[in-house]
Design a protein around this ligand. Structure first.
Ligand code: FES
Length: 111
C-alpha cells in the first residue's frame, strides 16, 4: 500500500456536480479542483501548468479537464497534459470518500 499523508476534509459529495467541478481552497491556501467524472471523484491543483489560471473554470470531458484560456486538456488521473500549449503536469491528489464527506491528501502524487 502506498504511503498516505494527512487527509483533509474539503467538501460534501453533493457539492460536486456530475461531470462537473468544484474549486476550493484548503486551510493552507492550496487551490484544489474537485472533479466528478464517470462516477469517480478526482482532485488536482486548481492551477494550469501553462499560466496561473484556474482549471475549475474549464470543462470536463472524456476523463480530462480543459483549461479555458488556451485549451490544454489535463488527464484527471495523472494530471498530464494531453495537448499543447501546456507541457508540464498539474499536481494530483489522492481522494477519499467517507459517507458524504470528501477528503484529499495534499501530498502530490505526481511531483
Ligand atoms: S493557461 Fe492553461 S493552457 Fe494556457
Amino acid at each position: 500500500m502506498s504511503e498516505q499523508g494527512v487527509w483533509t476534509k474539503v467538501a460534501e459529495l453533493d457539492e460536486i456536480p456530475e461531470e462537473g467541478v468544484l474549486g476550493i481552497e484548503t486551510d493552507d491556501e492550496t487551490p484544489v479542483v474537485l472533479v466528478r467524472s464517470e462516477g469517480e471523484i478526482f482532485a488536482m491543483r486548481d492551477e494550469c501548468s501553462h499560466a496561473e489560471v484556474r482549471l475549475s473554470e474549464g470543462e470536463v470531458e472524456d476523463g480530462t479537464i480543459e483549461c479555458w484560456l488556451h485549451g490544454s486538456c489535463f488527464d484527471l488521473r495523472s494530471g498530464a497534459p494531453i495537448n499543447p500549449p501546456a507541457t508540464k503536469p498539474v499536481p494530483t491528489y489522492d481522494v477519499k470518500i467517507d459517507g458524504d464527506d470528501v477528503f484529499v491528501s495534499l501530498d502530490e502524487k505526481n511531483s
